[in-house]
Design a protein. Sequence first.
Length: 298
Amino acid sequence: MNVEIRDEHFRDVVGDDVEFEQLGSGFDFTEGPIWHPAGQYLIFSDMPGNHMRRWSAADGITTFRQPSNMANGNAYDGAGRIVTCEHATSRVTRTELDGSISVLASHYGDKELNSPNDIIVKSDGAVYFSDPTYGRLEYFGLPRDPELSFQGVYRIAPDDNALTLLADDFGQPNGLCFSRDESRLFVNDTERGHIREFDVGADGSIANSRLWAETVGEGPGAPDGLKIDSAENVYCSGPGGVHVFGPDATCLGVILMREVTANFTWGDRDMCSLFLASSTSLYRVRVKVPGIPAAIAA
């Protein structure tokens, strides 16, 4: 068995079991996978390899960008541009449609950001990202002392790129995602092993922090990648693999991974393929409930 079933509803969401298909291997540490629904291809990062790669069924693994400033998390905005967290530069950047790169954020006040890690885009164009210190460690980034005294979650305004600190009381904030209606924001904390939930205000601020779920299990891994599917089931990296939670925060089960899996996303035409960025490899498994395609304007 490649799954641990903790609740029978897991069978309806993921299935009775999964079969792993290895799409590529030999990487250093994979992260940040994003699926382009029109182009039918995947972009993902290899942080220590300083390399962003592309996968498609037709072409297999190819280079998207190298060097990549040790890119980590990625997301599409509504125009189809890629926003990226860079470990080596402590920046959030945007790859424009012509291939040029714009800097969206690099400092909070007069201090350099820690190392932007994971990133999402709200339907109004606002960018939300986490800023732990992992990109200032050996191997995963460039060793250097932090300038900030906290690890925060931020919002970049869609109109003028103004940077707002939303929360500063995390151990190490990491993966984040919105509820389907964007009224709630989920953020996990790698250091504390749990997922928090916030209410999202009309102005994009967050409030009413509460513990939503904990990732409990055996094996290597901790909260990292965090995504929500089309039925509001929440997937989160954790001990032993990818933990799947129902909308009520019940842990339905775990997809048991062969390698530590930092992040994942859904893709293929039916959005029922789960692409798993798993340390040295990229895997694909099939699930029953589809993910949510990126809302890219035609």
